[in-house]
Design a protein around this ligand. Structure first.
Ligand code: ZN
Ligand code: ZN
Length: 310
């Protein structure tokens, strides 16, 4: 899996930074967090598919986070997308999309399912992962999201399977799926006898626009990556509070409180043509901080060596 940053600016785009949009990608699926304007061209540049299985998560209904959505949906239709698409976010998304579709009079070639979040909690539960929403601390109703994979099965040892008298084939596959198997002679073999321990799944947190908030440390606990609002530097703390955003040190404190492994700073105000100042301030609090740039890629390998990626 990998994270690809398509837009890292706040409120207005700059020549270097497009509006907020981040993609989490596996080999079979992708998850888009926020949909700033110009997302289609950013996706083209980053070679992100318009046809792949996709879910979109919107943090809140401020223009810089959602104005790319109608254009993205139209582009997908013009490219003859067939796969259905799911969109999650706060109340109001359905009427925003209906209004755009009626006013602009466009048809879609695929099904769009909109899920408006009425209360925080798990909003997606799939076989291999779940997505949870928590209310963040912005000027309007707004959510942060955590993407959490289920544990991966441990490494399979063919030589152990053969030693137990298990021929290569369906019985191996059953054990790899975590099932116990019975041989024709009545012998029972459990997965633990031929496999290593489970490998932990990956945990990624995307805050959207937010000031620090109390529930965050629990919500984001032990995350592999936190992608956090970092609109202002520490000298503008009171401005951050008025506008419902975080400063560099506040973002870093959130990551430290959550015991995260890595922090990526994003949603950078256009007042900073160079964002080193913000990164320096964050690093003083949380060493493993990274400044997002458009098209930055963060690889998220499985935690143990010799493991296949999703
Ligand atoms: Zn914003
Ligand atoms: Zn906002």
């Amino acid at each position: 899996m990998r994270l690809i940053f398509l837009g890292t600016s706040a409120a207005v785009p700059t020549l270097k930074r497009s509006l907020p949009a981040t993609v989490l990608q596996s080999s079979t699926e992708q998850w888009i967090f926020d949909c700033g304007e110009n997302i289609q061209r950013q996706m083209m540049s980053a070679k992100i598919s318009f046809h792949k299985k996709t879910k979109i998560f919107l943090t809140h209904l401020h223009g810089d986070h959602v104005l790319g959505l109608p254009g993205l949906l139209q582009t997908m239709a013009l490219m003859d997308r067939k796969n259905s698409l799911q969109i999650y976010g706060p109340l109001g998304i359905q009427s925003f999309l209906s209004c755009c579709q009626q006013t602009l009079n466009f048809e879609l070639t695929y099904q769009v399912e909109v899920f408006e979040i009425v209360k925080p909690g798990v909003i997606v539960e799939e076989e291999r992962y779940l997505v949870e929403a928590v209310k963040s601390n912005h000027t309007i109703e707004s959510y942060s999201y955590v993407f959490e994979e289920n544990p991966h099965p441990g490494e399979f040892f063919p030589e152990k399977a053969l030693a137990h008298g298990l021929p290569k084939g369906e019985l191996w596959a059953k054990l790899q799926r975590g099932e116990t198997v019975t041989l024709s002679n009545g012998k029972i073999v459990n997965p633990e006898q031929v496999m290593g321990p489970n490998r932990a799944g990956r945990k990624i947190v995307y805050t959207g626009d937010t000031m620090p908030f109390e529930a965050f440390a629990d919500f984001a606990k032990d995350a592999d990556v936190i992608v956090h609002d970092c609109t202002f530097d520490d000298a503008l703390t009171s401005k951050a509070e008025i506008n419902g955003h975080s400063t560099a040190s506040q973002a870093a404190n959130q990551a430290r409180a959550a015991n995260a492994k890595k922090l990526v700073l994003t949603h950078i105000s256009a007042r900073y043509p160079y964002a080193e100042l913000l990164l320096d301030q964050a690093k003083k609090v949380f060493e493993n901080s990274v400044m997002a740039e458009d098209f930055l890629i963060i690889e998220l390998p499985l935690k143990e060596a010799n493991s296949a990626s999703l």
